[in-house]
Design a protein around this ligand. Structure first.
Ligand code: UD1
Length: 354
């Protein structure tokens, strides 16, 4: 029995790690395809080093390109690998160009595709990720959904076979590494904030970074926040801030992209999170941190319904109001995302289908 797994971006490395750990624990042959979609040390290798992940079996070296070119190369290069390795199933996660390209290649090579984080929808077709998710779900042979809403979304679009509610592998990961993220963030002394509370900011969705008006609106609102803001700057955002001749407000402390553990330490010690990231919204929920989401919609509706996440889009008044007053009182209902055993459930189910 051989299972292939593909990843190429920061959020995918975080999500495939518990799956690879589980495959290793069960002694299942694993072929790990790294697309090279992310390649900077801070966006790629650091996660392998920190979590002691095995080296990829195949590295496609795709890099930054126009989306179509990127997906085209993914298909061409990974189809050859999949045809020669002949795995029994390919696993992909989420909604990246890597997941889409390699899943399409597997489909053409007549290899079963298992999609975890299946069924998630923002219902916003202007998001490239939404289109990727829809296509991947539609060509998958096994659909592992983290939440009941994901299952419902799939059923509502007529995808009913081999849909499994498994919980979220990102919760597995946080539980597994909980001891490593308890300590204070190592970067704090460098930022000279003393013991001041702070807001953590991440910002990288194309809709926010590639539109100078939205990007400026968000930075202007951040400048009016009552607390220092620690900003882990994604490479694309850094580039766009330069391209649009924008300057960061004085209360913003920019830092390079952080490793997984340091990011979670920063989040654990923050007063609130301001973000447009998918994964970080969930991690804030898992760590009981109020999340203010810089988007008009989200796939993680449960975090909103449970009172721990609020959508503010790029609206300055809403951003400032939420940063000042948003203060959930109940404990987050983590069971909405499973119990920390999702990776095991995914692998057990995948093996039972083969
Ligand atoms: C991704 C995926 C998507 C999935 C989502 C949630 C894309 C386009 N989408 O988006 O498959 O729906 O995850 O599961 O990639 N982090 C660091 N250091 C930092 C900042 C963040 O380690 O400085 C980590 C955090 O743990 C965070 C993770 O990176 O959760 C997410 O990466 P991010 O680049 O924000 O991608 P997502 O928007 O989460």
């Amino acid at each position: 029995m051989k299972i292939a797994i593909a990843a190429g971006t920061r959020p995918e490395f975080i999500q495939v790690e518990p799956i690879i750990r589980e495959l290793t624990r069960k002694g299942v042959g694993t072929i790990f395809i790294h697309s090279g979609q992310h390649y900077d040390y801070e966006m790629d290798k650091i996660f392998f080093d920190e979590m002691h992940m095995p080296d990829p079996s195949h590295y496609l070296g795709i890099g930054s390109k126009l989306a179509g070119e990127q997906i085209g190369e993914m298909i061409t290069k990974s189809e050859r690998i999949l045809r020669s390795e002949k795995p029994d199933m390919l696993l992909v996660t989420g909604d990246t160009n890597t997941a889409l390209g390699v899943a399409l290649a597997a489909n053409k090579a007549k290899i079963k595709v298992g999609h975890f984080e299946a069924g998630m929808r923002s219902f916003d077709r202007t998001m490239p990720e939404e289109i990727n998710r829809i296509i991947i779900d539609n060509i998958s042979d096994a659909l592992f959904s983290p939440t009941q809403r994901g299952v419902d979304n799939l059923h509502n679009t007529g995808i009913c076979n081999n849909v499994f509610l498994v919980g979220d592998v990102m919760l597995d990961s946080i539980i597994h590494y909980r001891n490593l993220i308890k300590t204070p963030p190592r970067i704090l002394p460098e930022l000279s904030l003393g013991n001041s509370p702070y807001i953590l900011l991440t910002l990288h969705r194309e809709a926010n970074t590639d539109d100078p008006i939205r990007l400026k609106n968000i930075l202007d609102a951040v400048s009016a926040l009552p607390l220092p803001v620690i900003f882990t700057v994604h490479p694309r955002t850094k580039q766009r801030i330069q391209d649009f001749f924008l300057t960061l407000p004085e209360n913003v402390h920019p830092i390079p992209p952080q490793g997984y553990f340091e990011f979670l330490r920063l989040l654990s010690h923050a007063q609130k999170l301001l973000t447009d990231s998918g994964g970080a919204q969930k991690q804030a929920f898992f760590l009981s941190k109020p999340c203010i989401t810089l988007r008009p919609n989200t796939e993680w509706v449960e975090t909103i319904e449970d009172g721990w996440n609020i959508l503010v889009d790029d609206n300055s008044e809403m951003i400032i109001e939420a940063a000042t007053t948003f203060d959930p009182k109940n404990l987050p209902n983590l069971a909405l995302f499973g119990d920390g055993g999702s990776s095991e459930r995914i692998i057990d189910t995948a093996l039972s289908l083969l």
